[in-house]
Design a protein around this ligand. Structure first.
Ligand code: 13P
Ligand code: SF4
Length: 300
């Protein structure tokens, strides 16, 4: 029996579904029941009636699924797959900001630990950040942890006062303007599509900016035939599948999230078989972190 057959059989036995982010390996995306960006996957995790969710993504994704679906068993194929940015904010600084600013909303990117989410008013993803922030009644927005997504949102929503934090995604931060210029010179007819975790300088060179799903939608709808993609190279699989006949180029060296790429088919089969790598959360922490996530689902 192949490992794919084994996963199929175990999924039925355990009443499990497999969720995969666009950044994981193509063979993992292939066996997933749902593939998507962080917003889409959080909605699936909240409403699925499967007993077990195998989350092929980094730790904060499994944690968010458990926060939203505490009665389900959430398994991570690789429990060491972590997002560096998820830790890049400080509860003490959040407390200081609340003391300094009246009328403050703490807006927390979903790429964050439950320990940070518990201090936030609302969570956002790259797909819904602009819409949700516009709906908030507060004038002052302390956006954690990603400074790049915060600057992108601040540019689009000038009526709000943004307070920035120093976090960033190491994978997107490594995409440099020189690399984008080189790709443009090599492919002069290509449209540049970028993720808002990229630096402001890179976003200035982009024709459009969006979440991973937003980038894929743009490429599907565009009449262009060539695209320079400024995000993690795992999206290539979905781009090529959804856009036959179109060409996709990445900046060099290709942006790769080593944590997302840790997840393998063997690990998926192993956790389904053994129940290892289950996500557990302290109940008080879970309830506190649930509030901003539920608010996101309600506003987003
Ligand atoms: P989206 O899934 O919202 O596009 O975010 C990308 C990302 O960095 C996930 O870790
Ligand atoms: Fe985190 Fe960046 Fe990897 Fe996404 S690509 S999981 S933000 S380190």
């Amino acid at each position: 029996m192949t490992v794919k057959d084994e996963i199929e059989q175990l999924k039925k036995e355990k009443n499990a579904i497999i969720l995969a982010h666009y950044y994981v390996r193509p063979e993992v995306q292939e066996i997933a029941d749902y593939i998507g960006d962080s917003f889409y996957l959080s909605k699936i995790a909240a409403k699925s009636d499967a007993e077990t969710i195998v989350f092929c993504g980094v730790y904060f994704m499994g944690e968010s699924a458990k926060i939203l679906s505490p009665e389900k068993r959430v398994l991570l194929p690789d429990i060491t797959a972590d997002c560096a940015m998820a830790h890049m904010a400080d509860p003490e600084r959040i407390r200081q900001m609340r003391e300094t600013y009246e009328d403050l909303a703490v807006v927390c990117y979903i790429n964050s630990t439950a320990e940070l989410k518990r201090y936030a008013d609302v969570c956002v993803t790259s797909a819904n950040a602009l819409g949700i922030i516009r709906k908030l009644p507060n004038r002052n927005i302390y956006f954690i942890p990603d400074q790049n997504l915060a600057h992108f949102a601040a540019d689009q929503i000038p009526e709000k006062n943004f307070i920035f934090n120093e976090g960033y995604c190491p994978v997107h931060q490594q995409i440099r303007t020189e690399q984008v210029r080189k790709a443009k010179a090599d492919h002069p007819g290509a449209l540049v599509l970028a993720h808002p975790e990229c630096s402001a300088e890179v976003l200035e060179l982009a024709d459009d900016t969006g979440s991973t799903s937003g980038i894929i939608d743009d490429a599907v709808k565009s009449s262009h035939k060539e695209f320079i993609i400024c995000t993690e190279n795992g999206v290539r699989a979905a781009l090529e599948k959804n856009c036959p006949g179109k060409q996709f180029y990445f900046t060099e060296p290709e942006p790769t999230c080593v944590d997302m790429k840790r997840i393998t088919l063997d690990q998926i089969a192993h956790v389904l078989k053994t129940g290892e790598n289950e996500v557990f959360l302290d109940d008080t922490l879970r309830q506190e972190a649930e509030k901003p996530l539920e608010k996101m689902l309600q506003l987003g």
